[in-house]
Design a protein around this ligand. Sequence first.
Ligand SMILES: Cc1ncc(COP(=O)(O)O)c(C=O)c1O
Length: 392
Amino acid sequence: MTSQELKTIDQQYVCSTYARFDLCVERGHGATCYSPEGKQYIDFSAGIGADSLGFCDADWVQAVSEQAGKMQHISNLFYTEPCAVLAKMLCERTGMKKVFFCNSGAEANEGAIKTARKYGFDKYGKEHNEIITLKNSFHGRTMATLSATGQEVFHNFFFPFVDAFRFVESGDMSKLEAAITPNTTAILMELVQGEGGVIALDQDYVQAVAKLCKEKDILLMVDEVQTGIGRTGKLLACEHYGIQPDVITIAKGIGGGLPLGAVLFGEKTEHVLGFGQHGTTFGGNPVACAGGQVVLKKLDDKMLEQITEKADYIWKKLSKMKHVKSVSGLGLMIGIELADGLEAKTVVQQCIEQGLIPLTAKTKVRLLPPLTITYEEIDQGLAILEAVLNAQ
Ligand SMILES: Cc1ncc(COP(=O)(O)O)c(C=O)c1O
């Protein structure tokens, strides 16, 4: 099928919730992919952080193919090895105690929200259900996670939203303290706000929040859907901040490109959800979990160091480029603030025309390359970005 044929069918039959770029992608390897006509693109998007090992990593393909050929799915009514082993690996690597598997970031955050409410209910009663989140956050597109998202632009059309979320400005402890009531059960936050513009939270602030949560028996819940699984150069961004949350949500990178999310529970929360109180048909799917195991195995100390080195290399080069006002984020989660009134969307569109796939985050150009990207691919991609910027 040609790109034109594909676009015609897609535009007629796929619900138009996505403003797609004018690009069809058919296949890929590493951080390089191709259109149906064979045009090459360097991928600085990794499927918005999901393709952690790039396209079609050989070990990942082997693991998921073997598992698909052995047993693709049964149900959570039965024990399966890929699910149990991945849960063990996640707990051993993160210091968390238990895992609930789901299929996406929004679902992982739904699980966290339910956990916070149940924790409050069990310990303090029905009214103890308020969750504080940060302004400019993004937590997903389901009703509860949209409601938890601290951006007014998302609180439209779908009324009524889910109650009992309060939003505070990040970085201001006095505002946070003022928002806490006797019914506050949890604080949910991203450590680097991704969709909000790739903004890393201040370390002192995060540590102060963690301390306050401990003192007041408020659950500290960290949304690592975008920051987790090596993206920032540590397995979890929490490690940069020296905190051990009560609940951590992950998705995107853990599946390596298959739908897989998880809620990780710490000591305080491991027994909060009991039989029949949460579940999903596909959560812990054997094929997705087999892929997840490969992702985790590959993300050893050496690979995490390499991610940091690649990130340093990219950050240095970006900061010297024309029209780049500032670079933000952490590790391979990179935001580029443009100077001179340039629009991120226009720059990204022109990059795509020239064979590079970046992303946007609000007014910034955003880069989320696969964690396995080679220096050759980085150089090719940055050369395209630089040429586009120089031409403005
Ligand atoms: C921090 C964060 N949380 C939650 C989500 C929602 O994840 P999903 O799209 O897998 O539902 C995203 C997606 O971009 C995210 O960046």
